[in-house]
Design a protein around this ligand. Structure first.
Ligand SMILES: NC(=O)c1ccc[n+]([C@@H]2O[C@H](COP(=O)([O-])OP(=O)(O)OC[C@H]3O[C@@H](n4cnc5c(N)ncnc54)[C@H](O)[C@@H]3O)[C@@H](O)[C@H]2O)c1
Length: 413
């Protein structure tokens, strides 16, 4: 609770800042509009001379827009819950609203390759909505082909499926629904920690296969109490996880680019570790909670994994590509990693021969933690709000921007 207050305080001061920025913008709207075009033009000139990015406005011009949404397909599950809006069939619940305003809204799960439905619409779409659960990989090549594209929205959190540098160079806006599913993910991580620590899955398998072998589970089942848990990244999800772990009486550590304010740190009860390599060998359990960026891609390679405590447990709901896939599989096989769980893979959907499907002591699932029904309703509402603002030419909440006016959000730089 107290942490939440701190979080709201932070959001509130950001909101105040946004409001005053907004007032300023109103005052000199035409100046700002010119500045925006100029900034995007400079970015475009610097990166791709002669590109059509020069004439791309950052907000909607009047008239009908072509909006494409790429989501996972629900098939027989689509009609089982009226709030199941995150799938192709649910289409974020915004189809009627968009079409009633004269916009074209195409929704598909067919996203890969030159003959996919998505590829067909790339040349003339204005807005692309995609989701990390079924990522539409927006490459520099696709951006180059998308001459009308202005806005890339992520229904969820994590826009690493987009080539952000290419988007910035082309003067596009990239935004996500920051905060929309952070509770969903933090809860899921806590569950995965317990599943690994208690060696839950072999017991479950015994139950369904008609076996009964207590020893086969008990020889590597532990209490969570007293263990050292370190989160790599302590932003919104990391903090919520630490807050949830506090009553378990663990030793809590965190590494991040930024140290929390001391009051919040004290409430959460976690100790800051500036040097990641010094934190890693102390941890019985490591949870990854930072975005996939140029700096974090492949960060957990063979060398980094060799620094971990032997028998460490890892939970990664952040992004699969933060890990070196084969290094994780090898360390699980050797027993250096005693258990690995998460819902994120690279690529997604994970191919049938992905090594993580076959490594020992894993508790992997498809990408699911941030797409609970509660989360879907929140990120669908966030996408609708941003589209509404885009049509009206209004700013988005500042924390939603990942690429704005040719610049990446600070943690992606
Ligand atoms: N599995 C899912 O369903 C799901 C859902 C939501 C988010 N996510 C993933 O979780 C990530 C974190 O989400 P969040 O809402 O907590 O984001 P956030 O922006 O609130 O927090 C990210 C934290 O990581 C830190 N960080 C960034 N780069 C770092 C680096 N190089 N070294 C150390 N720390 C670094 C930042 O300072 C920040 O505190 C997202 O970027 C996304 O990839 C997954």
């Amino acid at each position: 609770m107290t942490f939440q207050l701190g979080h709201y305080k932070e959001t509130e001061s950001r909101e105040k800042k946004n409001q005053s920025q907004h007032r300023l913008q109103k005052k000199s709207k035409s100046e700002m509009a010119m500045k925006r075009v100029a900034t995007s033009a400079i970015g475009a000139l610097a990166s791709s001379p002669g590109s059509s990015a020069l004439i791309r406005p950052l907000h909607a011009s009047p008239g009908s827009k072509k909006i494409v949404g790429v989501f996972y397909k629900a098939n027989e599950y689509a009609s089982m819950n009226p709030n199941f809006v995150g799938c192709v069939e649910g289409a974020l619940g915004i189809r009627d609203w968009l079409t009633s305003q004269g916009h074209e809204y195409i929704v598909t799960d067919d996203k890969e390759g030159p003959h996919s439905e998505l590829e067909k619409h790339i040349p003339d779409l204005h807005v692309l909505i995609s989701t990390p659960f079924h990522p539409a990989y927006v490459t520099a090549e696709r951006i180059k082909k998308a001459k009308n594209l202005q806005l890339l929205l992520t229904a969820g959190i994590g826009s690493d499926h987009i080539d952000l540098n290419a988007a910035a160079a082309a003067g596009l806006t990239v935004a996500e629904v920051t905060g929309s599913n952070v509770v969903s993910v933090a809860e899921d991580e806590l569950m995965r920690i317990l599943i690994l620590v208690r060696n839950f899955l072999p017991g479950y398998h015994q139950a369904v296969t008609g076996d009964w072998n207590v020893a086969g589970i008990a020889y590597r089942a532990y209490d969570l109490e007293g263990k050292t848990v370190g989160t790599v990244g302590a932003g919104r999800i990391g903090k919520l996880l630490l807050q949830r772990l506090k009553p378990f009486n663990c030793n809590l550590l965190y590494h991040d680019r930024l140290k929390m304010d001391p009051e919040l740190e004290n409430q959460i009860g976690a100790k800051f570790e500036e040097d990641l390599d010094k934190m890693l060998p102390k941890c019985d359990i490591i949870v990854i909670n930072m975005p996939l960026t140029d700096k974090t891609r492949g960060m957990f390679d063979k060398e980094k994994i060799s620094k971990l405590k032997k028998g460490v447990l890892i939970v990664n709901n952040a992004r699969g590509a933060i890990m070196d896939t084969q290094a994780v599989a090898d360390a699980c096989s050797s027993g250096h990693i005693a258990g690995y769980s998460g819902d994120v893979w690279y690529p997604q959907p994970a191919p049938k021969d992905h090594p993580w499907r076959y490594m020992p002591n894993h508790a992997m699932t498809p990408h699911i933690s941030g797409t609970t029904i509660d989360a879907q309703l929140r990120y669908a509402a966030g996408v609708k709000d941003m589209l509404e603002r885009y049509f009206k030419g209004e700013e988005f909440p500042q924390q939603h921007y990942i690429v704005k006016e040719g610049k990446l959000a600070s943690q992606y730089q």
